[in-house]
Design a protein around this ligand. Structure first.
Ligand code: BG6
Length: 491
């Protein structure tokens, strides 16, 4: 039998991307709500700029404020997902729904009541909640007053929030992910850390300092969470993906190694409890002086994670000399185009074997159970009389899940589960558009938030259902004919 016993098959979403209703029932605004539907979304934000994403514009669409109305539709959405057979669902709690400004003493009861109701719905269908406590979200008040995670004070506010939530939902949530993709604070600092820069400032120091504060907040949350309930399990969460060397030239291999060291630094600290030697050296070389106390070091050392969760969309590729080489967008950064990967229907290059390599790499490095908490293909779908034929998504799921199973069965990787990202369509982080769709459930909504909002099952819904029913065995069967022309692989 395949992927037996307690393997989690499920899907994932984030509050910022799906709930909408951003000021409803006392919720406060968050950094994510400020991201406009334009190419400024991912850019660093500078203080005191008249033209900044923080300048409110009435004409602009802010997709985070709209989401897919999950705040109201969660009951029907979870029912639809339960029919798919999932046994786990990752969602995030919006910090500013619980503490609207971030620094209050008492939580917003309406916010707690919302997640209470959401959890009850999951319990009704016996779906295990996997909960992210901060998925690219921090209350705007803390961004404006403290410059987000750049300030040490924010740790205390965050820990008050996480403690409140863990105590309130004690016994109903076992798997916690304190931060989504912590390594993103280095790539998209406003989204990952609510940080704004000043002209002439040392941006890199600020980003690493913010990262250090998040690492401490993560460790303190683990410490308190274990005191609240010894069964609580905590996961690191990184945007993963093996970095290949563009050639086997030693200097290219070395460049790839350095890229990985940087990318894995946050999870290294979360698993091993201290900064790697190469990072300390990097800090010295670049004049980065972090405020790290002995107490900080003790807290990090004593409160490490139980599992390593990660997102995987594609691999990366780099070289000692990148100039003149074709580049391509990946999740939160630009990478060299890998000439050995076939064309795909998504902007990001697809690399299913890369998932198997990544699983092996992370397991070898960390010796901790792994958990794929995001994987999927974001691309345009054609809505055709209530059906959506998406063979490219079926192919993507098929190949990635196949490689995942091989990593477990052939390579001995210990894996807790597979959660597909954006299991129900939601606006993309990088583009802000819902037309970059990930779901097996289609949402009738356009990039401006218009549409009936009705949900429809895509062809991939039926495929994923079969995969779950067969505990993964279906990915080794012949695929439907419609996927045939996509399966011309270069390897
Ligand atoms: C991950 C994030 O980085 O990638 C998600 O955790 C995000 O929030 C996902 O949606 C896909 O990226 P994008 O930019 O296509 O939405």
């Amino acid at each position: 039998m395949f992927m037996e016993k307690d393997f989690f098959w499920g899907g994932a979403v984030s509050a910022a991307q799906c709930e909408g209703n951003y000021l409803a029932d006392g919720r406060g605004a968050s950094n994510f709500d400020q991201l406009p539907l334009n190419d400024q979304r991912l850019k660093p934000v500078f203080k005191n700029k008249t033209k900044s994403i923080l300048t409110e514009e009435t004409e602009t669409i802010y997709p985070g404020r709209i989401g897919i109305d999950f705040y109201h539709t969660y009951k029907e959405d979870i029912k639809l997902l339960s029919e798919l057979g999932i046994n786990s669902f990752r969602f995030s709690i919006s910090w500013s729904r619980i503490f609207p400004k971030g620094n209050e003493k008492e939580p917003n009861q309406a916010g707690l009541a919302y997640y209470d109701a959401l959890l009850s719905e999951l319990e009704r269908y016996q779906i295990e909640p996997i909960v992210t406590l901060s998925h690219f979200e921090i209350p705007m008040y803390l961004v404006e007053v403290y410059n987000g995670w750049a300030a040490k004070e924010v740790i205390e506010y965050y820990v008050h929030y996480t403690k409140t939530v863990m105590a309130y939902f004690d016994g109903r949530i076992k798997y916690w992910i304190p931060f989504n993709e912590m390594n993103m604070v280095l790539h998209i600092p406003f989204i990952g850390g609510g940080i704004q820069f000043e002209e002439g400032q040392d941006n890199l120091s600020l980003q690493y300092q913010a990262g250090h504060h998040q690492l401490l907040a993560n460790a303190l949350t683990i410490q308190i969470g274990k005191q609240i309930n010894g069964n609580n399990q905590f996961g690191a969460m990184l945007a993963a993906g093996k970095t290949y060397a563009y050639t086997c030239r030693p200097s290219d291999v070395f460049a790839a190694l350095k890229h990985e060291q940087e990318n894995l630094m946050f999870s290294d600290v979360q698993v091993f409890g201290s900064y790697p030697a190469h990072t300390n050296h990097f800090f010295k070389k670049h004049g980065i002086k972090l405020d790290v106390t002995e107490l900080d070091q003790k807290v990090l050392r004593e409160n490490t994670v139980d599992f390593v969760s990660f997102s995987y969309y594609s691999s990366a590729c780099t070289a000692a000399e990148t100039e003149g080489k074709e580049t391509v967008a990946a999740n939160g950064f630009i990478t060299l185009r890998n000439p050995h990967l076939p064309e795909s229907k998504s902007v990001w290059q697809n690399d299913p074997i890369g998932l198997r390599i990544t699983l092996n790499q992370l397991f070898e490095r960390y010796h901790k159970p792994l958990f794929i908490v995001e994987n999927g293909i974001g691309t345009q779908d054609v809505f055709n009389k209530e059906t959506i034929d998406d063979p490219y998504r079926i192919d993507y799921l098929n190949e990635h899940i196949k490689n995942m199973i091989l990593a477990v069965r052939e390579d001995g990787v210990e894996l807790m589960g597979y959660l597909m990202w954006g299991i129900i369509d939601l606006p993309s982080v990088s583009e802000g558009r819902i037309s970059k769709r990930y779901g097996v459930v289609y949402v009738d909504q356009d990039d401006n938030g218009h549409g009936s909002g009705k949900r429809y099952k895509k062809e991939s819904y039926h495929f994923y259902k079969k995969v779950i029913e067969t505990k993964g065995a279906a990915v080794f069967e012949e695929l439907p004919d419609s996927t045939k022309d996509i399966r011309k692989r270069s390897d």
